[in-house]
Design a protein around this ligand. Structure first.
Ligand code: ME8
Ligand code: MG
Length: 497
């Protein structure tokens, strides 16, 4: 049986509602999953929420509700956003679910029995926003090295995971598996981090300080450190313990994350898996940040744009398109509504939308019939574009895939200018039919190619062409003649803003 392609997003904290950063990673993983399905691969796409820990507890206290209530209320905001954004996830995991807690307990027990977990006194600093421990040498000017915010001093008995002893193994693994951490420069960042000594990881919290977490199976006075709990979602959802057969077909995963959580995913997580006897993830892909001006967009900076507002104003597909086209995964990008409008008008209203509307209007107006001019030429053209679109998606570059589709659309628009169908209508009905057929086939191909990024607009175009129901990216052009008599003309696909 074929292996399933498995894509994940981070599971997001439920201390606050989702913003554009969360929407971006989820759309990216959705686009990659849809693409994977469109080329015939069985695909499993997981997202979810991270519901334990100090951060959630504090948000709940602020709202004067229980952490459970905080999680229950906020998870709805994430799920609603994903529905509105057309996210087609196969599963949604919440870390407060029993199916997850069981896996966390089983892995902890296993590592405890193997001697990879021990109890010791802990003195150090803790960053609540990042939910991470640091030693004095990690700190930058006494602040958290990751987020730059103040840390809290902590001294207590805790349980530790012998992470340090896996350092040399991890360095070799990363060096021998070039596609494991992407992009390449992030791999070097992790290797740089691993050049220093690697401390063991504190994986517990005494309940007297924090009770909102998964109880340690071997000591009921403690709960599990939220990162140790959260990372295991990637194996608990596909059934690591409850359904090893299914798990074996699905695992390993491609993890999409932001660069803010690179260390947890490329150091803690591989070592946890190794110690517990699981295979490594296929890839950890760390993308850059959406910035507003010069600053990272984040809940704590209060400079966030609400994705719901963007969807309400411009529709889900245009928003998905912008997120994918404007950011080269790996690099940072600036989000501004002006830039959004500029890109929308040029790529969607002028290029694609206009092409569809001109061609369909002419087919109807001139009562054209299906008759292709030069099938070989156009077959090759579409084949070449499709190959570069696939190369884009295969290398985690949806922006490059979209650029190739844009090229095809622009060529089709120039073809209209060169052939002047309105003049052909008077000179040669036969040539006119051929030109309009070529254009209809290009539109058909473009609609299939953009479907991972704009699923509903793609469906809309296919339905106007009378070809709804086709979703296979690799459909052969000119295989089945289209029936032009059912073509429908409707309002603009992308009205100019
Ligand atoms: O870190 N630009 O959850 P979180 C791009 N629960 N992406 C951004 C972004 C920005 N400005 N801001 C956030 C956590 N993101 C943990 C994860 S996984 C086992 C546990 C995205 O709610 C990006 O994917 O803080 C980032 O990694 C994630 O949201 C952090 O979400
Ligand atoms: Mg964060």
């Amino acid at each position: 049986m074929d292996k399933v392609r498995y894509f994940t997003t981070p599971i997001y904290y439920v201390n606050d509602i989702p913003h554009i950063g969360h929407a971006y990673t989820t759309v990216l993983a959705d686009v990659m999953s849809r693409y994977s399905r469109s080329i015939g691969r069985e695909t499993f796409f997981l997202t979810g929420t991270d519901e334990h820990g100090q951060k959630i507890k504090r948000a709940a206290e602020k709202a004067r509700i229980s952490p459970r209530e905080q999680a229950d209320r906020t998870v709805v905001r994430f799920k609603d956003l994903w529905t509105k954004l057309g996210i087609a996830n196969d599963d949604f995991i919440r870390t407060t679910e029993d199916r997850h807690k069981e896996v966390v307990a089983a892995v902890l027990n296993d590592l405890y029995e193997k001697g990879d977990i021990y109890k010791a006194e802990y003195d150090g600093s803790y960053c609540v926003p990042c939910e991470r421990f640091f030693t004095a040498k990690d700190l930058e000017e006494n602040m958290c090295p990751d987020c730059g915010r103040p840390v809290e001093e902590i001294s207590e008995s805790n349980y530790f995971f012998r992470m340090g002893r896996y350092r040399d193994w991890l360095v070799s693994y990363i060096e021998e598996h070039p596609g494991f951490i992407l992009p390449e420069f992030r791999k070097n960042e992790t290797l740089g981090f691993l050049r220093q000594e690697l401390n063991d990881l504190c994986i517990s919290r005494p309940k007297q300080r924090l009770d909102w977490g998964i109880e340690l199976p071997f000591d009921k006075d403690y709960v599990t450190y939220v990162w140790f709990d959260a990372l295991l979602n990637y194996i608990s959802a596909p059934g690591a313990i409850s359904d090893p057969g299914r798990f074996g077909r699905i695992w390993p995963a491609v993890h999409f994350i932001g660069k803010d959580i690179l260390t947890t995913h490329t150091v803690y997580w591989p070592i946890m898996l190794k110690a517990a006897g699981y295979d490594m993830p296929e890839t950890v892909f760390a993308h850059g940040w959406w910035l507003t001006g010069d600053a990272k967009m984040s809940k704590s900076s209060g400079n966030v744009i609400n994705p719901m507002d963007m969807i309400d104003k411009y529709g889900p597909d245009a928003f998905r398109y912008f997120l994918m086209a404007e950011m080269t995964p790996g690099q940072d990008a600036v989000f501004s509504e002006e830039r959004f409008i500029e890109k929308y008008n040029s790529d969607l209203a002028n290029d694609l939308g206009n092409l569809v509307s001109r061609v369909l209007t002419m087919i109807i107006k001139y009562k054209a019939v299906y008759a292709c001019s030069d099938p070989e030429y156009f077959k090759n053209l579409i084949g070449e574009v499709r190959a570069s679109v696939e190369a884009g998606f295969d290398s985690y570059r949806p922006d490059a895939a979209l650029e190739s589709i844009r090229r095809l659309v622009r060529e089709a628009n120039s073809y209209i200018e060169e052939e002047k169908p309105w003049a052909l209508a008077k000179e040669s009905k036969e040539r006119l039919a051929k030109v309009l057929t070529d254009l209809a086939e290009i539109i058909y191909a473009a609609a299939l190619m953009i479907s991972p990024v704009m699923p509903s607009k793609s469906e809309e175009i296919l339905s106007r062409l009378g070809t709804a129901g086709d979703t296979a990216l690799r459909r052969e052009p000119w295989k089945d003649p289209m029936d032009f008599s059912v073509i429908e003309k409707k309002e603009a696909l992308f009205p100019r803003i």
